[in-house]
Design a protein around this ligand. Structure first.
Ligand SMILES: Nc1ncnc2c1ncn2[C@@H]1O[C@H](COP(=O)(O)OP(=O)(O)OP(=O)(O)O)[C@@H](O)[C@H]1O
Ligand SMILES: [Mg+2]
Length: 244
């Protein structure tokens, strides 16, 4: 990741707090601004710290596929915790993850409780880090289960959610309401700095004249076009979802 020092620092501070969690980090910004890049960096660092990392990044076409994201998130972990789950929760998650056929429709509360149990069981061993990218494309069934779990998160837990947004909508998964105001941080990405853009162009093996670099900066919404309030910024919100 080139540049983004401010975001890197914010992510590191967030990761420091995971062992004392639950804590949340929301990464927002317009399409293509660099959210996944920052999100991946946080995920990589979480793994380097030895946290148990669970991740999901739904695609746009998966919005109508029930529990697609939850299956990605919990698929690997289920083998480690299945025996610790009460049978109804295990059955509900097995049905959601298509590991058994559901004879009747499963109560969403049982699925949500199962998600809480999985996270709580994993967090006994080491801090748990849940990373969700492109939250705007979460299928509704996964979203509901995760919203339920968000209000009942265990200690030693951190969740980072990236999504396309202008940064003014309420946090995904109801995290603003589920977590105390000082436990959730919003990182709203602006364009890369001119220096970082320059570095990026160089790394791509391109040699650009100054006018051409200025043009690249302009079309990518780069630094020169920015007013200070548009720059990449980090802020907290209160429980109602308004900037603090
Ligand atoms: N700081 C950076 N350093 C190096 N490459 C970057 C950086 N930021 C973004 N990129 C590159 O720019 C492209 C777009 O970035 P990225 O996928 O992170 O954007 P995004 O905001 O997640 O987009 P989308 O809204 O489509 O999900 C990618 O190829 C990525 O590798
Ligand atoms: Mg992305």
């Amino acid at each position: 990741m080139i540049g983004r020092d401010h975001e890197r620092d914010a992510a590191a501070r967030f990761l420091d707090r995971v062992p004392d969690g639950p804590v949340g980090l929301v990464i927002e910004g317009e399409a293509g601004i660099g959210k996944t890049t920052v999100w991946l960096e946080a995920l990589r660092e979480a793994r380097a710290r030895g946290y148990r990392a669970l991740k999901a990044g739904p695609a746009e076409g998966e919005r109508d596929l029930s529990f697609a994201a939850l299956a990605d998130l919990l698929g690997d972990a289920m083998a480690d915790v299945a025996d610790a789950l009460p049978q109804p929760q295990r059955d509900a998650l097995d049905a959601a993850l298509l590991r058994r056929s559901a004879d009747e429709s499963v109560d969403p509360r049982t699925t949500g409780t199962g998600v809480v149990s999985v996270l709580t069981t994993l967090a006994v061993e080491r801090p748990v880090f849940v990373a969700i990218d492109d939250a705007q494309w979460l299928d509704r069934a996964s979203e509901r289960a995760l919203e339920f779990a968000a209000r009942r998160l265990p200690n030693r837990f951190g969740i980072v959610v990236a999504r396309r947004s202008d940064g003014d909508s309420p946090a995904p998964l109801g995290l603003d309401r589920a977590l105390p105001a000082d436990a959730i941080e919003h990182l709203v990405l602006g364009p890369l700095s001119l220096a970082a853009l320059h570095h990026l162009v160089e790394r791509a093996g391109l040699r650009l004249s100054r006018p051409m670099l200025a043009r690249v900066t302009e079309v990518s919404g780069g630094e020169r076009l920015l007013r200070p309030r548009d720059r990449s910024r980090c802020r907290r919100r209160d429980n109602r979802g308004w900037p603090g």
